[in-house]
Design a protein around this ligand. Structure first.
Ligand code: ARG
Length: 267
């Protein structure tokens, strides 16, 4: 009887292991699996210049160039899947895509659900207002209405800090909300805000322009996201990325898009 009981217990334990491994464990591809597949499938929200945006049908930008170079070194091709930003991270953690490429900020809460490469750049949130706005600083923004993109760190930060938040799946709609006067400010990652505002302001009279406030909020270390299970892949990409930072490849890519580059302080 005792023997039977311990056998049943052992069988149950095996079942629990198998179940937890397949259901909640490792969704990410290993380095070998990606090499064998011959491609790296990356999820991206191409509404984030200069990191990723559409030129006609084509996704272009700093992160596209970085990841293309990384894939070259891995000996695989880069395949991009386009979607709204709020689908990128859930898709990666579910193992639908191998990688997330979307100016993704590494945060402690995201790290509980996925892996990140080492950050290759540190951005910040910026406040965008209409010319002539009474809001001239972060302090002036207190209690005001802001627009953000859904699922971003801007949404998280603004919701947690007492602002009235309107969230939009597309960045351009967050910008339109400000232009229409539905919100007092638009909160967005700084380089992207600068790029989008520059494009918008072209040919506009001074009083019709958008303005970026120089006082930035938060610190946003950018990295590429992977599902748990991709540890070997992430380790290899970290090596490649480190070499690309050290030999000036990443700085050259930033320069190609008219941006200065500063590497993040090494850990
Ligand atoms: N850095 C911010 C975040 O990780 C915003 C990213 C938005 N990316 C995009 N491609 N629209 O939440």
């Amino acid at each position: 009887m005792k023997k039977l009981l311990s056998f049943a217990l052992a069988a149950l334990m095996v079942l629990v292991c198998v179940f937890s491994f397949t259901s909640c464990g490792k969704k990410g591809k290993t380095l070998d699996e990606v090499k064998k597949a011959g491609e790296l499938i990356a999820a991206t929200s191409p509404d984030f210049p200069p990191f990723e945006n559409l030129e006609g049908e084509e996704v272009v930008g700093i992160e596209v160039e970085i990841l293309k170079k990384v894939c070259e070194k891995l000996g695989v091709t880069l395949t991009l899947k386009q979607m709204d930003f709020d689908s990128v991270l859930p898709g990666v953690t579910a193992g639908k895509f191998d990688c997330g490429m979307s100016g993704i900020t590494v945060t402690e809460s995201r790290q509980k659900n996925m892996l990140f490469t080492d950050p290759y750049f540190v951005a910040a949130q910026a406040i965008v207002v209409k010319a002539g706005s009474a809001i001239q600083s972060k302090a002036d923004l207190s209690g005001k209405k802001v627009s953000v993109q859904t699922g971003t760190t801007a949404e998280e930060y603004c919701s947690e800090n007492g602002y009235t938040v309107s969230a939009f799946a597309a960045n351009s709609d967050a910008q339109t909300a400000l232009l229409n006067g539905n919100v007092d400010a638009w909160v967005i990652d700084n380089l992207v805000g600068i790029a989008m505002v520059e494009t918008y302001n072209q040919g506009k009279a001074d009083d019709e322009k958008l303005v970026i406030l120089s006082e930035a909020m938060t610190s946003e270390p950018y990295a590429f996201a992977f599902a748990f299970g991709s540890e070997t892949l992430v380790a290899e990409i970290n090596k490649i990325q480190k070499a690309m930072i050290e030999d000036g490849t990443i700085a050259a890519i930033f320069a190609q898009f008219g941006e200065d580059y500063a590497a993040p302080a090494s850990k």
